[in-house]
Design a protein around this ligand. Structure first.
Ligand code: HOZ
Length: 435
């Protein structure tokens, strides 16, 4: 730990790294939300991460709640995960040929998600959702896909319609460069609005191949499904003969050992996974019923492929991560920390007379500056971004690294200690007092 920090102190500072990166990489970042421009900051350039902490190249330590945007549920560089990756690396980095470890990980996913009978590994959540929808269209012989405002399913053209995450942060929920033809078959309904979904089915009936949903939304900040919403979608899609696709890239293994579907007892037709299943390396997956998944090449006519799919290092990281998550009480511990943070933030905000809403579930939460409950895209996007930015800046100054947008989830890890929670709440108390 100290070696990494010392090495770093001898190098460039964050501001110098950022100037250099901006000359070489659009906006200086490889994913927009990281730039922190939306909250009036420059990004901290990271030198190392261990447990609950990140160190930037200036030698500053942060309690980290970005968690690599989801994968780091064990904390950063867990020794057993690092060891597994190193052991796998000693045998080779990538083969373009199957390995037995892919079946080990597939077995673990299939055991954890009742909806999965077959699973295909890909490298990113974007690939997983894009491929799942291609499969849904092939399976149903229908063209249209229904998504929800503020849900983000990666950056495939057809899904960049009212998208959340960085698209919402930077006010590009409908991206330039996406043709009208590419989104002509994408229908959009407000999250949590079953009536609107019903109306779209009445209008478009048998043309809708699939409904894709984040069963707990995390890309317009955390927004919980209303009671009955997910069951209503299951029922409606079944009656209408379209497929229900749960995008659990963010929620898979984050709320329990399984997904939201495990908690609510719903079996979607197709499931998309990512983030945690790769333990911090690029790995994602889609899967579902055998009869559907057998339509995927080479057993079926739906083409999808990838040079690095099922990469042995990523699979090793995923296996080590899931084995650690399978231990007893892991999710109870995560939820207890998350609840302590959520309740503590609400109390401290109330003490300062601030209209703060904290939506939380499992090991994820979001802080919104809003007078009303945040239940969908409209209520999330109308929250007070200026106040959020001031809060973000104060927290960062106090050594707490939050996602630089109210439209990303805050992720709690097993590495966060009771002291980290207390320190975070003390920092929030001071931050709220300044707003
Ligand atoms: N869209 C990703 C999270 N929702 C951002 C990932 C990143 O910037 O690393």
């Amino acid at each position: 730990m100290s070696t990494a920090s010392q090495l770093v102190l001898a190098g460039r500072r964050s501001s110098e790294c950022f100037s250099r990166a901006r000359a070489l990489i659009p906006g200086g970042v490889d994913s927009p939300v990281r730039s922190a421009a939306a909250v009036g900051c420059e990004p901290a350039f990271i030198a190392s991460g261990h447990g609950a902490y990140l160190w930037d190249v200036d030698g500053r330590r942060y309690i980290d709640y970005v968690g690599a945007y989801g994968p780091s549920i064990l904390g950063h560089s867990h020794p057993l995960v690092v060891e597994s990756v190193q052991a796998a690396a000693a045998y080779g980095l990538s083969f373009g040929a199957p390995t037995d470890a892919e079946s080990d990980l597939a077995e673990m996913l299939i055991a954890a998600f009742p909806a999965l009978e077959l699973v295909r590994f890909v490298s990113s959540g974007t690939e997983a959702t894009m491929s799942a929808l291609r499969l849904a269209r092939a399976a149903t012989g229908r063209d249209m896909v229904l998504k929800f405002e503020g849900c983000y399913h990666g950056h495939a053209d057809a899904l960049l319609v009212k998208a959340g995450s960085g698209a919402l942060t930077y006010n590009t929920p409908d991206s330039a460069g996406v043709t009208a033809a590419a989104t002509a078959d994408t229908l959009v309904a407000p999250y949590n609005d079953l009536e609107a979904v019903h109306a779209l089915f009445v209008e478009h009936g048998k043309r809708i191949a699939a409904v894709i949903v984040e069963p707990v939304a995390g890309n317009m900040g955390v927004v919980l499904p209303r009671p009955g919403f997910l069951h209503g979608l299951r029922e409606l899609t079944r009656v209408q003969g379209s497929l229900l696709v749960f995008d659990e890239v963010m929620t898979g293994f984050r709320l329990c050992y399984g997904g939201v579907q495990t908690l609510v007892g719903i079996e979607p037709d197709l499931v998309c996974l990512g983030k945690i299943i790769g333990g911090g390396l690029p790995l994602a997956a889609y899967g579902g019923r055998r009869d559907l998944m057998e339509l995927v090449a080479p057993t079926g006519p739906v083409y999808q492929a990838g040079t690095l799919s099922g990469n042995p290092l990523a699979v090793a990281a995923g296996l080590a991560t899931l084995r650690l998550l399978r231990r007893e009480n892991v999710y109870r511990e995560l939820e207890a920390k998350t609840t302590a943070l959520a309740v503590g933030l609400r109390e401290r905000a109330a003490k300062n007379g601030l209209p703060v809403r904290v939506n939380s579930i499992g090991a994820m939460f979001s802080v919104f500056f809003s007078d009303s409950a945040v239940v969908d895209y409209a209520t999330s996007s109308s929250s007070d971004i200026v106040r959020f930015s001031a809060f973000y800046q104060a927290m960062r100054k106090a050594g707490v690294h939050l996602p630089p947008s109210p439209f990303e989830a805050v992720f709690v890890s097993l590495a966060h200690s009771a002291q980290d929670v207390d320190d975070t709440l003390s920092a929030a108390e001071r931050a709220f007092a300044q707003l």
